[in-house]
Design a protein around this ligand. Structure first.
Ligand code: M6R
Length: 369
């Protein structure tokens, strides 16, 4: 049931504040973060982990890439993120102290299931982040942290992505507490940021109208580039994936720092480039670097659409469009910055008269390898 929305995707994008709030519910209290599902593994096991490998496909892998930044910072433990199908068919180094976290909305993605089985057989501890109660991947794992995004029907993943990041951030804070790398007060500050996300998501969803206009202007676009840095990099990858899936447009996401190592050659007059701009107030250094990237591509004729913190005056002279997002601590920006990109892909798909819920050639759950 689309509940009055024109598509499942429109409905699910709008449900993102609830997806985050419901995934937090019951796991945050005055005494900090508590994930009962992790008792299956035990704090002593988590304290002894020396390395984390996150596996997933598509959007799930990008949620993992975002979380890598948070978990390494908070828990001081190396985190690698690998596509499930690549992990499974090489000879990854796995020990009893390796924790493999799989991410899967459906819990049935065959590539990810095989990676989890492989990791378990090789002696790793396994945790599943999953949105579907009782699915195969959580059943194959030592412990499961469920996201509570509600059923996701549209093929393009949206609310599951923000819910996956929420669950992974909760896990990172749990791990930081277990390992003693953050004080209770520090954990409380990060939890406060997380709890503020649903209301900020509601604000970002209000930018829908301006994104729709943008999509209409760009209905004939043949290629779109996305640039981001730090946690904005995986958001750029996710924005490009959404556009490929939904609007059948060639799209690439790049780390902004990589521009001069090749991708800047793609910039020609009129080339649309979305740039995810870090907060000027919270990450001044990264902000300055990304603004300088914007100047470089603008000087070569790029059409710049900046996703930037509300009131960021530095981007105004160089951007053709600015889509504002509310202020958030740097690690929390992906929750907000991804929304205009989801909306853009959806609106462009609609502007081209395509099926936004069921794009061609794709299945919601990929149950073959
Ligand atoms: O169910 P899963 O989370 O395991 O699915 C993984 C990918 O197939 C999925 O995220 C896919 O990339 C989406 N269509 C992206 O929108």
């Amino acid at each position: 049931d689309k509940g009055g929305w024109s598509s499942f995707m429109a409905k699910e994008v709008s449900e993102q504040p609830d997806a985050v709030a419901n995934t937090l519910r019951g796991r945050v209290s005055d005494s900090g973060v508590h994930i009962p599902e992790l008792e299956a593994l035990g704090d002593d096991v988590l304290a002894g982990i020396t390395r984390i490998v996150v596996v997933g496909c598509g959007t799930a892998a990008y949620a993992g890439l975002v979380a890598k930044y948070a978990i390494e910072k908070w828990a001081g433990i190396p985190v690698e993120v690998e596509l499930s199908h690549e992990f499974r068919y090489r000879d990854p180094v796995i020990t009893r102290e390796t924790l493999v976290i799989s991410i899967s909305q459906s819990g049935e993605t065959m590539d990810t299931l095989m990676a989890v089985k492989y990791a378990g057989d090789a002696g790793a501890r396994t945790i599943s982040i999953c949105n579907t109660q009782g699915a195969t991947i959580p059943r194959e794992s030592d412990a499961a942290i469920y996201t509570h995004a509600g059923p996701e029907v549209a093929v393009a993943s949206t609310k599951a992505f923000v819910a996956q990041m929420t669950a992974l951030y909760l896990f990172g804070l749990h791990l930081a507490r277990v390992r003693g790398t953050l004080t209770n007060d520090e954990v409380a500050v990060e939890l406060g940021e997380l709890e503020a996300i649903p209301a900020k998501l509601t604000t970002v969803l209000e930018t829908g109208g301006s994104v729709r206009q943008l999509a209409h202007w760009m209905a004939d676009t043949r290629a779109v580039l996305f640039l981001g840095r730090h946690v904005g990099f995986p958001v750029a990858l996710e924005g490009a994936l959404k556009l490929k899936e939904l609007a059948y447009i060639h799209a690439e996401g790049f780390a902004a720092g990589e521009l001069k190592h090749g991708p800047i050659a793609l910039i020609e007059p009129g080339q649309p480039v979305f740039v995810i701009v870090p907060s000027p107030s919270r990450s001044a250094l990264l902000h300055a670097k990304v603004v300088s990237n914007i100047q470089e591509i603008r000087a070569r004729g790029a059409r710049v659409i900046a996703i930037a913190e509300q009131g960021d005056a530095a981007v105004l002279p160089f951007a053709d469009e600015v889509i504002p997002i509310p202020l958030a601590a740097p690690l929390f920006e992906p929750f907000l910055a991804v929304v205009p990109l989801q909306l853009f892909a959806m609106e462009l798909s609609l502007a081209k008269g395509l099926d936004v819920d069921q794009p061609r050639n794709l299945a919601k759950s990929v149950t073959v390898e």
